[in-house]
Write a protein that binds this ligand. Structure first.
Ligand SMILES: O=c1ccn([C@@H]2O[C@H](COP(=O)(O)O)[C@@H](O)[C@H]2O)c(=O)[nH]1
Length: 233
């Protein structure tokens, strides 16, 4: 397997295995990892994970598990047995839930996936948090959940790159996985807390999750190359 040399994770948000693999065929596993999320996994299951791994990609299984501790820990174990590189759970499932997942992964022999906690979705802004009874700015809630994730022994967080600077001070051990990445001039779509690839890297993001700006581009390989060039420039 080639060593991936960039922090880019391309989100394969497609309704079929064939569509996802067609995009993967245009991407170089040395230039990006790939992410399988809820839509693709619900339609295509573990077979699409195996097919992408066979093409040489390291894979983030982004199913954002959120359930009682035992159920979530068993789901994380199942993901680990698929050989994925990264798996995630919602931090709002609480400390005991995250600790159960950590504990389950620690029992496994051999390579384990990175265990990452989702803080506040990048599609949410302060008024969305108020709507679910959280009268705090997104960054305050992210930092609170980050503290719980660190206590539970998680490897990192999903957050906006807008919170990266504060998190690198508050939780320097945790790796930061940041969706809501938008090259200058591209549509924000349903994302609210966004930064450009370069801004995100400078703020301290370890991994940049990029979906539609690459997957919906007329030339996805060229769109990926442009992001790589922006990061190197
Ligand atoms: O807070 C989060 C957590 C996960 N995501 C996922 O990342 C990609 C982003 O795709 P774009 O097309 O670049 O918006 C998508 O798969 C989300 O499910 C997120 O956006 N925010």
């Amino acid at each position: 397997m080639p060593v991936c040399q960039t922090p880019i994770i391309v989100a394969l948000d497609f309704p079929s295995r064939d569509a996802a693999l067609a995009l993967a065929d245009q991407l170089d596993p040395a230039l990006c990892r790939v992410k399988v999320g809820k839509e693709l996994f619900t339609r295509s299951g573990p077979q699409v994970v195996e097919a992408l791994q066979a093409k040489g990609f390291e894979l983030f299984l982004d199913l954002k598990f959120h359930d009682i501790p035992n159920t979530t820990a068993m789901a994380v174990k199942a993901a680990a047995e698929l050989g994925v590189w990264m798996v995630n759970v919602h931090c709002s499932g609480g400390l005991r839930m995250m600790a159960a997942c950590r504990n389950e992964l620690d029992k496994l022999a051999g390579a384990k996936p990175l265990l990452i906690g989702v803080t506040v979705l990048t599609s949410m802004e302060q008024q969305d948090l108020a709507g679910i009874g959280l009268d705090v700015p997104p960054q305050e809630q992210v930092l609170r959940l980050a503290g719980l994730a660190a206590e539970a022994g998680l490897d990192g967080l999903v957050c906006s790159a807008q919170e990266a600077r504060a998190l690198k001070v508050a939780q320097p051990r945790l790796q930061l996985v940041t969706p809501g990445i938008r090259p200058a001039g591209s549509s924000a779509d349903d994302q609210k807390r966004i930064l450009t690839p370069r801004q995100a890297l400078e703020a301290g993001s370890d991994y940049l999750v990029i979906g539609r700006p690459i997957s919906q581009a007329a030339d996805p390989a060229q769109a990926l190359a442009a992001v790589v060039a922006e990061l190197q420039g």
